[in-house]
Design a protein around this ligand. Sequence first.
Ligand code: GRF
Length: 217
Amino acid sequence: MTEGAETTRATRLAVVVSGRGSNLQAILDAVASGALRAEVCVVASNQPDAPALDRARRAGVPTVVVDHREVRPRAAFDAALADALEAHRPDYVVLAGFMRVLGAPFVERFAGRLVNIHPSLLPAFPGLDTHRRALEAGVAEHGATVHFVTAELDGGPSIARARVPVHPDDDPDRLAARVLAREHVLLPTVLAWLVAGKVRLEHGRVTVDSHPAPLDI
Ligand code: GRF
């Protein structure tokens, strides 16, 4: 990298969403408050009516929709999404409630720059419906994980986790709300570490400030 403007520009985050966008909002709020020294350069959605897109528009962030029902097959969807993101020159791509599985070519294109938030303490409960499954398994603790994305579903190396207790009278909604509140702290925190250059991914192993990941926040 050369000296000058290029070295001082804000780290650019592309955020990929499918729905409500409360994690996106947590990122936007952290950027607005200065807690996260970055710029959200684009918000992309596979769902044209995702409420997350309104959150982006309200924050003045460019949006792009790549509708998985229109752009098929999956490889074409992945390529179109990757092209749309790359047009905004992101340093990191953040999957924040993105409900599609991305294939290996997409993942490889953004290798080491692609993170996801997942609502469980990975490696427990990859995939969908994590809160109900955690309750059925009778675990005492549940939570959320931010991890680098690999081609294995919810299987990439973890960076950090937020733990919550499971209460005897929990139902999936109550448990989800408790986890979500922590997600909104966890994701901006990990992004701030990434932006500050604290996170290293080497040979599939993650460290944060030289501490072996995942860290608990
Ligand atoms: C979050 O629980 C996230 O961990 C999961 O999907 C949910 C998205 O919520 N991947 P929101 O759209 O950020 O409100």
